[in-house]
Ligand binder design. Sequence first.
Ligand code: TRP
Length: 330
Amino acid sequence: MTPRVLSGIQPSGNLHIGNYLGALGNWVKMQHDYESIFCIVDLHAITVYQKPEELRAKVREIAALFLAAGIDPQHSRIVVQSTVAAHSELAWLLTCVTPMGWLERMTQFKAKAAAQESVGDGLFQYPVLMAADILLYQANIVPVGEDQMQHLELARDIAQRFNSLYGETFTMPATRLPLVGARVMGLDDPTAKMSKSATGSGHAVALLDPPATIKKTIMRATTDSNPGVDFETMGPGVQNLLNIFQAFSDWTNDQMKAHFTGMRYGDLKKQVTEMTISKLEPIQKRYAEIVADPGYLEGIIRAGADAVRPTADATVRLVKERMGIYTETA
Ligand code: TRP
């Protein structure tokens, strides 16, 4: 059987080159080797307050960016989480088998809760909803970054607990991920991963940034005090710029070394800028075409939901049966 891949992305903040090189670009490359479901998780986004109009626009923007980046809607499913009610329904059912202690250990919850004046219960339940996303489709592979590994582990723990309480029901998603992308760091602070929620203007290159902005951001990136590129002693900022170039170009390590050794940082940044602009240009062009036709985009989102709903509903029905929840027998 073709393994099923599922991943999710929150419709908040701006998708950036870290998302592209670390996740989306990879999904595009490997989508035809798998049965793929890519979720836009709006129900996760509202675990912290979102302006309604912005959230509504963001979901469409991300769906359009998925398509613009090369997700093939004939093959892969783009699913807006809230349009398949089974996500919410399974999340509740799983909540009831999830010990609070497991959730209290989640480092992302602790970090996000600390930054919040009032913490919604949804933020606490967040990882259960994520487990529901995954288990609903019996996904085999869940490509996520390091920061989501604890949530993925939790999904496995929940599946295991459910299976042992009610009988074999859920497929265990793998924890070892064959699909690792580049880890792009912040351009202003190369010790932290590039983040969608960081607001500093020099932090990230957004996929929809115009060339002048891309140039400005990259030219201002943090480097180190070496006079030029030295692969032995370079700091994290230079390493990050080289990583970005390599991930876009697919050059080998040898090619990278031969080309960049000794290069001054001004020239390095210029080349990273040109490479980035040349790779984002076609995505931006397709994006503009896609959003010019809202009916097309809505059709893709509807088709994605329609395609996966039978599987999702079947899982919820099975889970309910196992738990003794009322289901019609006919
Ligand atoms: N929590 C993930 C993140 O913030 C997003 C997510 C939600 C997800 N549901 C998922 C990722 C299911 C993978 C699978 O990055």
